[in-house]
Design a binder for this molecule. Structure first.
Ligand code: NDP
Length: 287
């Protein structure tokens, strides 16, 4: 029994989100994704993170079906993409996502990026939540000023904010703001997306040696020590297992301080305040 995979954080509305999930970004090969999901379910994963823009929601549904797991035993997240934002558009996009995932509810639905219409999107999400079609609603890539904007509208607050987070970009200020406001911090790119030398850093290797753990496991444990939800992605069975074996060690304050020294304030993904990028992704491509 892998207890790390059974552990959860409680959203402010009482919904439990498993601390560890499998991310499926860039998994576009149907068989590869199905096999990854089957391995994950076998190892005890019960939380899966997809998005409309990943173009793999159907494969996630197939993988879960082939894994033979019941819907109510799974925590399923998807996200509304930028060009689907707006009040009516979000409701349509949500139904498309449900159809692709072959379900009639989501555990978590997120606004993928804070594009111009995000307040209208949020109003639609609140309605879907209140209608019982989504168990928890949240946002992604929101900065403090975006979260404050929702707060100032007097609307229900997001339960979760999924943001790029790893030792080179720990999001300290946003993390503290979310903690103060009861918003769960979920990390995307928890391993740095494989875009840097992070996982061969000697500090992580040294810490790992003390506990017979890999640098990836040290990084993932660092997130858990901070109270963050993690959704590491891997298509490799051995890594899917490795990324969940996190409950048989803890990090000391000294370990945490050494990992904090890796902060270079480096984003590897998009900047949520890059308006040009947000605008460019808000227009539906003509097929
Ligand atoms: P991750 O930080 O999870 O890194 C994934 C990369 O690390 C892959 O190249 C993977 O390779 C490799 N890897 C995985 N496990 C290990 C390991 N134990 N040792 C060494 N390398 C490893 O990046 P992601 O971008 O995938 O982020 C995780 C999830 O977050 C996504 O899958 C997606 O669900 C979500 N996300 C959300 C975003 C948002 O805007 N809300 C943006 C980006 C991601 P391999 O597969 O070959 O094993």
């Amino acid at each position: 029994m892998n207890y790390a995979l059974l552990d959860s954080y409680e959203c402010y509305n009482g919904v439990e989100i498993p601390k560890i999930g499998l991310g499926v970004f860039l998994m576009k090969d149907e068989n590869e994704l199905i096999e990854a999901i089957k391995s994950a379910v076998e190892f005890g994963y019960r939380h899966f993170d997809t998005a409309k823009i990943y173009e793999n929601e159907e494969y996630v549904a197939k993988g879960l079906k082939e894994a033979g797991i019941s819907r109510e035993d799974i925590f399923l997240t998807s996200k509304v993409w930028n060009y689907d934002q707006g009040y009516e558009e979000t409701k349509i996009a949500f139904q498309e996502t449900l159809d692709k995932l072959e379900t009639d509810y989501l555990d978590l639905y997120l606004i993928h990026w804070p594009v111009e219409k995000f307040v209208d999107t949020w109003r639609a999400m609140i309605e879907l939540y209140e209608a019982g079609k989504i168990r928890a609603i949240g946002v992604s890539n929101f900065q403090i000023h975006h979260l404050k904007e929702l707060k100032n509208e007097g609307l229900l607050q997001p339960m979760i904010n999924q943001i790029e987070t790893h030792p080179e970009f720990p999001q300290n200020e946003l993390h503290d703001y979310m903690k103060e406001n009861g918003i769960i911090h979920e990390a995307w790119g928890p391993l740095g997306q494989g875009k840097s030398e992070l996982l061969i850093h000697p500090i992580l290797a040294e810490i790992g040696q003390k506990y017979f753990k890999t640098p990836a496991q040290v990084v993932l444990r660092w997130h858990l020590e901070r109270g963050i939800v993690i959704i590491p992605k891997s298509v490799h069975r051995n890594r899917i297992k490795e990324n969940s074996e996190l409950d048989d060690f803890t990090l000391t304050q000294e370990d945490m301080d050494r990992i904090a020294s890796l902060n270079t304030e480096t984003r590897y993904g998009g900047d949520p305040d890059n308006q040009e990028r947000l605008r460019a992704t808000s227009t539906k491509p003509i097929k």
